[in-house]
Design a protein around this ligand. Structure first.
Ligand SMILES: Nc1ncnc2c1ncn2[C@@H]1O[C@H](COP(=O)(O)OP(=O)(O)OP(=O)(O)O)[C@@H](O)[C@H]1O
Length: 418
């Protein structure tokens, strides 16, 4: 078979396993979808839409549910002549202020590809800097007024704006403030629980009219989600019976994210496909899942490593050493003491304790370390452990720091090298 042959043994349609694939039905979300639909129902009555705030950890179907329901709502709205429903969606990744969100909304409305452009054209896009915030908000209101009807503004990943949350107060109130002849509803989506807590009280009152929590999936729910995708994505009878349960169990233990579970299944199918192309059996096995998990974690550490300084790598090396000795989770104070020894052995100058704490916290933000919350337990201190397998962390570190055979030997002796 040539390198680029179309023949496939395992994967029938890889797109179905992709993140942006919209499944026909969302499994295991009936309750949340009912609640969500109820909060959107005023739109069909021609009433002012409620503002809705969706929250839940990453990969639990918030965006997929929103797309599903808004598509259905749009379809239903078309049956009524007196409803003119317009949806503006913005992913706020990269917008750290209300100002930026407002500019991006204006530019989204004015972008040539947006279906609402004809209504608001021929206005020019706005530059990201140089205006007063008030001016941007006014431009936005004018555009919304030009669009008219009922407007739902979907702000995905809204937590990027942090505490600069004016837009979330201004948008829902635009109608009353400017006497606009439009009905505006805001749908905010966030996976940062702190963001919700830290919203200013006035925003909380307006935005969080309806709050819907999307909890993490458990193993049974992930099992059903994966089954649904695998049925269309993979050829018949290529999955050994323990593959989906294992992918579901790994992801449920870790984050409860469907995205993570799908990624694991996709990778396992890839590994199996490559083996099958090379003459192996056309089967996805438990071994492929374990290999896929290792590759994903290794990739995660490698990516996280790009943003680490050499000192950050030494901090990770220190935690790996402790993990190899079976000493994790370990208190930051003791991690720091060990870190000083590591640096001494490498002939480098150690950082101050505060900076090492910062590195530990960065590593946990990247999902490489896990912060174990010990407050209220044996005292008030932080402990850290690896959040990836020791072998994938060592693989990635070896790329940067050279061979780490001593740690591997210690880990093997202690049977902690997975
Ligand atoms: N209940 C479900 N049934 C089928 N597929 C699902 C379900 N929940 C999530 N998915 C799939 O998982 C992936 C991630 O879902 P989605 O993007 O909706 O998560 P999210 O909660 O919005 O995450 P984030 O906060 O990171 O944006 C998508 O491919 C989506 O289709």
């Amino acid at each position: 078979m040539g390198r680029f042959s179309r023949e496939s043994f395992i994967i029938q349609d890889k797109d179905v396993l992709r993140d942006d694939y919209q499944p026909e039905t969302l499994e295991e979300r009936d309750e949340e979808l009912d609640e969500y639909a109820a909060s959107l129902r005023p739109v069909i009555q021609g009433w002012q839409p409620s503002n809705v705030f969706l929250y839940g950890v990453t990969g639990v179907g918030k965006t997929a549910a929103t797309h599903d329901l808004l598509e259905e709502l749009q379809g239903s709205a078309e049956e009524y002549d007196d409803i003119d429903l317009n949806i503006i969606e913005l992913n706020c990744t990269g917008c750290t202020t209300s100002y930026q969100v407002a500019v991006n909304l204006v530019n989204e409305i004015r972008s040539p590809s947006h279906p609402l452009t004809t209504v608001s054209s021929p206005r020019e896009p706005m530059s990201e800097t140089g205006y007063q915030q008030k001016r941007i908000f006014n431009e936005l209101y004018n555009d919304l007024e030009a669009i008219g009807g009922t407007i739902l503004v979907v702000l995905d990943e809204i937590d990027n704006i942090g505490t600069d949350d004016d837009i979330l107060y201004e948008l829902p109130r635009a109608r009353s403030q400017l006497d606009l002849d439009v009905k505006i509803g805001v749908i905010g989506i966030s996976n940062d629980f702190k963001f919700r807590e830290n919203l200013s009280p006035k925003v909380k009152d307006t935005l969080c009219e309806e709050e819907i929590l999307f909890p993490p999936y458990d193993a049974t729910e992930l099992h059903n989600i994966l089954r649904q995708r695998a049925d269309t994505a993979l050829h018949n009878d290529v999955l050994e019976s323990d593959v989906i349960p294992l992918c579901a169990a790994f992801s449920a233990q870790d984050s409860g994210s469907a995205r993570q579970a799908l990624r694991l299944l996709r990778k396992a199918a890839d590994v199996a496909e490559n083996e099958a192309i090379a003459g192996g059996e056309a089967k996805v096995t438990e071994e492929h899942v374990r290999e896929a998990k290792h590759q994903i974690q290794r990739q995660q550490v490698v990516e996280g490593m790009h943003s680490l300084t050499r000192q950050g790598q030494y901090v990770l090396l220190t935690v790996c050493q402790l993990a190899a000795e079976g000493e994790t989770p370990e208190r930051t104070k003791l991690i720091y003491q060990r870190y000083q020894k590591v640096l001494h052995n490498h002939g480098s100058e150690p950082l101050k304790r505060r900076r090492v704490h910062d590195h530990l916290s960065d590593l946990s933000l990247h999902g490489i370390l896990h912060l174990v919350d010990s407050s209220g337990g044996r005292g008030n201190y932080n402990e850290y452990e690896l959040d990836v397998s020791l072998s994938s962390a060592l693989d990635a570190l070896e790329n940067e720091l050279g061979e780490l055979s001593e740690i591997r030997e210690t880990a093997a002796k202690n049977r902690v090298l997975d």
